[in-house]
Design a binder for this molecule. Structure first.
Ligand code: CMC
Length: 434
């Protein structure tokens, strides 16, 4: 996309007469961005931004976050409206194609995606290569990567039809692959997808059904799962999305890129946090132990963090966390769980943290993962599958961001620079002289 500057920033090297102008580019929303692409040519210097906290690595039309005010928009639509009124597949259309579909487009899109839910039968044998106690994230990382060995007819990233079909394949097949990773871990037969079911409903069906019995998915839980998927669908240039973009910038195929995204999502600072929250709550065990735990979190030498709290971008309540908390109450009511000790503990922990000066001064608020684990656990999803579920939902975000990047004529391979702080050039010394 052509970016139109509306001003410039002058960067000068103190004590010299050397300076350069960096064009200042406005976005539709958010702060202006100084375009420093020519800085090295003009001044012979790089910029330094480990963790990319102040660097825009791309321009994008997909998702916008205003972290100070706790706002998340997909293609301009607020997340709470989408979570309340839309469906996951409709949000997939929105993220991938830029607009909410009309009735005919919606039907065609849903049919288009859902007819790809089955996976190549030979892919089943991949599971047998894994130990039964393998973490399901390890399994889906491998099996999703292997898709590129099966679907040769959609690997040409320069062909729009291939891009569309591989996007459909990924969105449709990842739930099947994820549910099978779970079934493999508990030694139950794989359950084939059913295209007459909704997206979230089908996922719950493949997770919970067995061939020996009829299984009907609880519609309230299917709706809650659909909402959980919407809340995780995309989140701008986070670590896993940036991983997908970086992998994709080399021209790698989308299946390989999404496998890279899954690997990046796995870490406890990112998608692994939902699993870590439940482990943390189990460790705390009782409300009486919260003050001791908070003291540990505040101790710089302990390396203990309040999982599900804090965010690189949100310096306010994560809007997804609010919807997640509401959904949590709905699910527990539907399941007849009146008192959930885990939820009580989480709410008390949140209350104490939000009134503690440490968290207030650092602007640490609950993020999307704080309540999601409690809902998923109540729905009978095992803890090891929490991050997998995040990956199922985020696949559409990754694919949309990958597609946007591939379709951008200005796109080039991602290649950050560095400050080299190692040894200066020196001559090789033979081993007997060292
Ligand atoms: N508990 C205690 N202290 C914290 C926490 C936390 N959860 N998060 C940040 N801090 C402190 C941190 O110690 C630092 O203090 P100081 O300035 O005194 O050194 C300050 O707040 C800034 O932290 P940071 O590590 O520089 O912030 P970051 O933007 O690099 O990290 C984060 C963001 C999400 C990795 C971090 O907040 C964290 O580790 N949170 C817990 C893990 C978590 O819940 N992750 C899920 C994120 S949302 C879902 C997703 O996008 O994947």
């Amino acid at each position: 996309m052509t970016l139109k500057p509306t001003g410039s920033v002058t960067i000068s090297i103190d004590g010299t007469d050397r300076s350069a102008k960096a064009p200042l580019i406005p976005g539709t929303l958010g702060p202006d961005v100084a375009d420093i692409r020519k800085l090295y040519g003009d001044l012979g210097i790089f910029t330094f931004d480990p963790g990319y906290g102040g660097t825009a690595a791309c321009d994008s039309k997909i998702t916008y976050i205003d972290g100070d005010n706790g706002i998340l928009l997909h293609r301009g639509y607020p997340i709470d409206q989408l979570a309340e009124k839309s469906s996951f597949l409709e949000v997939c259309h929105l993220l991938l194609n830029g607009e909410l579909p009309n009735a005919a487009e919606k039907e065609a899109f849903e049919k288009g995606v859902l007819r790809h839910t089955m996976v190549h039968e030979q892919l089943r044998s991949f599971y047998n290569g894994f130990r039964r106690d393998a973490h399901p994230m390890a399994v889906i990382c491998g099996v999703v990567g292997a898709l590129s060995a099966f679907y040769h007819d959609s690997l040409d990233i320069n062909d729009p039809d291939h891009r569309r079909i591989s996007a459909f394949r990924l969105i449709a097949k990842v739930p099947t692959i994820a549910a099978w990773a779970y079934k493999y871990s508990i030694g139950q037969p794989f359950v084939y997808p059913r295209n007459d079911l909704g997206y979230a409903e089908n996922f719950l069906y493949m997770m919970n059904a067995v061939p020996a019995e009829e299984y009907k998915v609880n519609p309230v839980l299917a709706k809650a799962m659909d909402r959980i998927l919407i809340l995780h669908a995309d989140h701008e240039q986070n670590a896993s999305t940036s991983t997908v973009r970086l992998a994709g910038s080399t021209g790698a195929n989308p299946f390989a890129c999404i496998a890279a995204g899954i690997a990046s999502l796995w870490g406890p600072a990112h998608g692994g946090a939902n699993e870590a929250v439940l482990k943390m709550l189990a460790e705390i065990g009782h409300k009486d132990n919260i003050p001791d735990f908070i003291a540990k979190v505040k101790d710089k030498n302990s390396n203990v963090r309040l999982m599900g709290f804090g965010h690189r971008v949100y310096k306010n309540y994560d809007p997804r966390a609010k919807i997640m908390e509401r959904t949590c109450h709905e699910v527990l009511t539907e399941l007849g769980i009146k008192d959930d000790p885990m939820l009580d503990l989480a709410m008390e922990l949140e209350r104490i943290a939000l009134s503690d000066e440490y968290f207030i001064s650092k602007k640490l608020y609950p993020n999307v993962d704080f309540y999601s684990g409690i809902i998923l656990k109540a729905m009978g999803i095992p803890v090891s599958m929490f991050t997998v579920l995040f990956a199922v939902a985020r696949t559409v975000g990754w694919v949309s961001q990958w597609k946007e990047m591939v379709e951008d004529p200005a796109q080039r391979i991602g290649r950050p620079r560095q400050i080299y702080t190692g040894a200066p050039q020196r001559d090789y010394v033979p081993v007997e002289k060292r």
